[in-house]
Design a protein around this ligand. Structure first.
Ligand code: GDP
Ligand code: GDP
Length: 434
């Protein structure tokens, strides 16, 4: 189970600066493959060998000034509900503002660990100015400078002390599916159509000490676990129109699943929020199935399916080798097909290809179509193997790995997809010196 750390606070205190520091800017702002600028407020961090996810709640703030306060209150509320650890950021140069007090009041009632941080303490002089933050009633605070990094190491030390050592996830071989998507896309309807009535529940295993729950089902001849979180079950008081809301909900479910079933509302186009959830699954190297739901509502002409599908593939590029299924939870059209496909994706993700087989097929291809020579030098690929990782990753050994560029890596990836069928599964290909 991955620990989720949420960064909260009013605007301009330095949340996104801290976020970037915590994830060590490993996230490219511009996607190198598609060239698209993507706004990311979710990332992975590692400190002292412990991994966790970080969410910058402020990144999702929207709206005009008058609803601004309300938005922030909602975001803090959600962070409280969904995150494991909360980092509350304040700004020493401005002192305590009424909004800080309000956020502190919300956080004081919380049973989860809250780290009060006083940011912009760039020099020793400002240390003294930080004393007033005791008045927030949240106990001791950490002084940090997100810009120059001072204090952030100590903060991370304290945060990771609360993160348990990686526990092996129960070696249950059943697929774990998470049904994710925007509010009103039809997730609950899909789940209901899928599982029918409660009596189909075989067992109900409380996951870990945290909120996640696997519920085991047997339907249409398939055994699988549906990954749910307390958060998904509980209807929150908070309105669901926030992008942040669905992302927050999706994060944990996705991290805990094998295959993410992304439900899209066919009557709307594929939007930023869908893209963000897709990207979350891709980034976590989970299997993905896209369901275009409410297909019963769409006026169909000869090419409607093709066109819709092409539109979705443009939006999810470059990772387009993903099953897209048109369903209706009302007429139950292709519900079976959806689950069958999710099981197939689960199998694809577990696929292991022996080194001898891999070299037999792939070496011939890469030797017939070698990477283009660079500065008169030729890249020679000698052999390849699959790494013993939970998701498919492959390494190709060659003399000059630094000369192998992205287009060639994509060529190799596409060949592997053609030959081995990794439909729905993000795969990684490395070139290494040998
Ligand atoms: P957010 O709205 O809370 O995400 O705040 P940002 O991270 O966008 O930061 C707001 C402003 O404060 C930016 O101009 C940052 O450069 C600045 N800032 C952030 N952290 C620090 C810091 O530690 N010291 C100083 N002096 N400025 C900072
Ligand atoms: P969720 O917020 O993603 O869980 O969405 P719901 O399952 O609550 O569905 C939102 C609305 O869409 C409800 O009014 C459903 O009845 C409706 N809906 C869901 N699936 C379909 C479908 O396949 N066809 C039609 N016509 N309506 C649907």
């Amino acid at each position: 189970m991955n620990t989720i750390v949420a960064i909260v606070g009013r605007p301009n205190v330095g949340k996104s600066t801290l976020f970037n520091r915590l994830i060590q800017r490993r996230e490219a702002i511009v996607d190198s493959v598609s060239g698209v600028t993507r706004d990311r407020h979710y990332g992975k961090s590692e400190w002292n060998g412990k991994q966790f996810s970080v969410i910058d709640t402020g990144g999702y703030a929207v709206g005009s000034d008058d609803i601004f306060e309300e938005e922030i209150r909602k975001q803090v509320q959600l962070a409280i509900e969904e995150a494991d650890i909360i980092v509350f950021v304040t700004d020493v140069t401005e002192g305590i503002t009424p909004m800080d007090t309000e956020v502190a009041n919300l956080l004081r009632k919380v049973k989860k660990p809250v780290f009060l941080t006083v940011n912009k303490v760039d020099n020793a002089m400002r240390e003294d100015d930080a004393y007033e933050f005791y008045n927030l009633g949240l106990g001791d605070y950490h002084t940090i400078s997100s810009i120059n990094g001072s204090g952030t190491g100590d903060l991370l030390d304290e945060i990771v002390k609360l993160i348990p050592e990686e526990e092996e996830v129960a070696a249950d071989e059943l697929p774990r599916f998470a049904v994710v998507g925007r509010p009103n896309a039809g997730k609950s309807s899909f789940i209901n159509a899928l599982i029918g009535e409660e009596r189909n529940i075989v067992t109900n295993i409380a996951g870990t000490t945290r909120d996640s729950i696997d519920t085991k089902y047997n339907r249409f001849g398939f055994d699988f676990n549906l990954v749910d979180t307390a958060g998904i079950r509980r209807k929150s008081k908070v309105k669901e129109d926030l992008e942040f809301y669905s992302v927050m909900r999706a994060v944990r479910a996705i991290e805990y699943c094998d295959v993410a079933i992304l439900v899209i509302d066919a009557t709307r186009s594929f939007e930023g929020q869908d893209q963000n959830i897709f990207w979350l699954a891709e980034k976590n190297k989970k299997g993905i199935v896209i369901l275009i739901n409410k297909w019963d509502l769409v006026e169909k002409e000869t090419n409607t399916v093709k066109e819709y599908e092409a539109m979705v593939r443009r939006e999810i590029a470059p990772f387009t080798d993903v099953p897209i299924i048109f369903i209706s939870t009302i007429t139950k059209q292709r519900i079976f097909k959806a689950i069958e496909t999710a099981v197939a994706v689960f199998e694809n993700r577990k696929k292991r290809i022996s080194t001898s087989k891999l070299n037999e097929t792939m070496l011939e291809i890469v030797q017939n179509y070698p990477p283009p020579a660079l500065k008169g030098k030729f890249v020679k690929i000698k052999y390849c193997m699959q790494l013993p990782t939970p998701t498919p990753q492959f390494v190709f050994f060659c003399n000059l790995p630094q000369y192998v560029k992205d287009p060639y890596k994509r060529f190799v990836e596409n060949k592997m997809r053609e030959i081995y069928n990794f439909n729905g599964v993000p795969i990684v290909i490395y070139f290494r010196q040998k």
